[in-house]
Design a protein around this ligand. Structure first.
Ligand code: NAD
Length: 377
């Protein structure tokens, strides 16, 4: 089995789909590892280090030798021209509302796996790229907020006087949000958080933050089987928005992380709410790529909206690329390892396996995923 690790074509993507550790472990499985020159540059992993770990340094066209392609982002049609027909391509495919791209994967004849579709089951936890990257993004969001903030985060009692602790409000207490809470707490912020999932309440409290929510009957019933949020009723959203509006006015920092899988991000912070905040306040919108939680946030930019600095960096995990790559690479390795047949030591796909079924988008020229059949037309 030959694996190709691509250099990401997108200039805004510093991450890489293999680490020194995973190259060694793939070699340990008896795989040949081809690594495109410069693939680790954005994550500060030199070619020479990859070579020492056992990778063969190659060019993009050599992808054609590989049975498996590991990437961070979905390959373009041009990149796929080099791939072997039937090659397994494992990456973040960004499949929602991207039928044309899914059709292109089918057309290229690759067996494409979309890592963001991984089921949230215990066996898949170590492969969960959304969790590993969201965790880092939550941390980095607070770091970015702190650096945009003109004041200190912790309370400081000095001979020259006292600086109050910054009030930080984290909206959405999933993986990213919980890490943002923990990070803001470590920096000495006074932290509160909200979520529509009742289970989040306890987690927020256990991190020492205050939970802010309208806790009615609907709230209690909101947790769905898969552990994701579902869309709340209009009435609930209105009541919650009112409570949130009062709360936001008292904050120095707002960090939003609210997502609903496969749907646009819910709008949680309006211009009026931003306007109610003190001058010099900062907001970070981690949902900006999915339409944004904050009105006026712009992908890739820090903009002033009603006197609040709104940070809309995309690929937040990529801003700490070295850590992000190490974890992403490990997720992909674990996923790949699970596809190996115990006896033959070769890759053998079981289309009925829960993980394969949930992530496989295309195979043999067809769109095989049941949720993306609109791309097959
Ligand atoms: P996510 O990135 O899809 O969403 C982030 C958070 O936003 C979620 O907690 C969601 O409830 C919240 N949200 C959505 N709409 C909101 C609104 N209007 N207001 C406030 N918050 C809103 O979610 P995630 O971080 O990937 O994870 C969600 C849950 O799944 C967490 O409880 C997490 O622990 C769990 N999880 C389980 C596994 C596993 O079992 N293998 C793996 C990863 C995550």
């Amino acid at each position: 089995t030959t694996v190709f690790v691509a250099r990401e074509a997108d200039a805004g993507e510093p991450r890489v789909a293999a680490s020194l550790e995973t190259v060694k472990r793939m070699k340990g499985l008896g795989f040949d590892v081809l690594l495109e020159r410069g693939a680790g540059e954005g994550s500060r992993i030199p070619d020479a280090a990859f070579e020492e770990a056992g990778a063969e340094l190659v060019e993009a066209k050599d992808a054609g030798r590989a049975d498996v392609v590991l990437k961070v982002r979905r390959p373009s049609a041009a990149e796929m021209q080099a791939y072997k027909s039937g090659a397994l391509v494992i990456a973040l495919m960004n499949p929602f509302d991207n039928d044309a791209a899914i059709a292109a994967l089918a057309k290229a004849g690759v067996t494409a796996f979309s890592m963001e579709l991984l089921p949230r089951i215990t066996r898949a936890q170590s492969m969960d790229v959304l969790s590993s990257q969201a965790n880092l993004a939550g941390y980095q969001a607070v770091i970015e907020a702190a650096s945009e903030f003109d004041r200190a985060m912790p309370m400081m009692m000095t001979a020259a006087g006292t600086v109050p602790a910054a009030r930080v409000f984290v909206m959405g207490a999933g993986v990213a949000g919980l890490q943002a809470i923990a990070t803001a707490r470590r920096l000495g912020g006074s932290v509160s958080a909200s979520d529509v999932r009742p289970a989040a309440k306890e987690q927020v409290a256990s991190l020492g933050a205050k939970f802010v929510a309208v806790e009615d009957e609907e709230f209690r019933q909101a947790e769905t089987a898969g552990g994701y949020a579902r869309e709340m009723s209009k009435e609930y959203q209105e009541k919650q928005a009112e409570l949130i509006a009062e709360h936001v006015a008292k904050q120095d920092m707002v960090i939003t992380t609210a997502l609903i899988p496969g749907r646009p991000a819910p709008k949680l912070v309006s211009r009026a709410m931003l306007k109610s905040m003190k001058p010099g306040s900062v907001a970070v919108d981690l949902a900006v790529e999915r339409g944004g939680n904050i009105e006026g946030s712009e992908p890739g930019k820090v903009v002033d909206v009603e006197g609040v600095r709104v940070v809309g960096y995309t690929n937040m995990a990529g801003r700490i690329a070295t850590s992000a790559s190490v974890l992403y690479a490990k997720n992909l390795f674990t996923f790949l390892e699970a596809l190996i047949d115990k006896e033959t030591k070769e890759i053998k796909l079981d289309p009925e396996d829960q993980i394969v079924k949930a992530t496989m988008l295309t195979r043999d020229g067809k769109v095989v995923h049941e949720n993306f059949q609109s791309a097959a037309k």
